[in-house]
Design a protein. Structure first.
Length: 115
């Protein structure tokens, strides 16, 4: 089964509660669309949007999934994400530690038992 790392940026939370990135990550893991999500803080993004150059403080979500869950994951991120055009980039995994890749496949399978 082909594994993928999916990169998604999200706004840095200014709330005292769970950020939108954390809420999205939790939902995607609960729905078994991903095996795991790492949230990397401290990202500054500079990009062109609607004719202007914009600078935003964001976080990077590093998601791990399988090929058979990839399309559903992309659709679900688009539904859950606060941006109208979220960054979602899927990178195929060429190699990895076989027990980890097995866990990833089991964890992102909709009918899998929890380990």
């Amino acid at each position: 089964m082909q594994a993928y790392v999916v990169l998604v940026t999200a706004p840095k939370s200014t709330d005292s509660g769970e950020s939108s990135a954390e809420a999205m990550a939790r939902k995607l893991v609960e729905e078994r669309l991903v095996a795991c999500v790492n949230i990397v803080p401290g990202l500054t993004s500079i990009y062109r949007w609607q004719g202007s150059v914009v600078t935003d403080e964001e976080v990077l979500l590093v998601m791990k999934t399988t090929e058979n869950r990839l399309d559903s994951l992309i659709d679900r991120v688009a539904e859950l994400h606060p941006y109208s055009v979220p960054e979602v980039l899927a990178l195929p995994v060429d190699r990895g530690y076989p027990p980890y890749l097995e866990w990833l496949t089991e964890s992102a399978h909709p009918e899998s038992d929890d380990r």
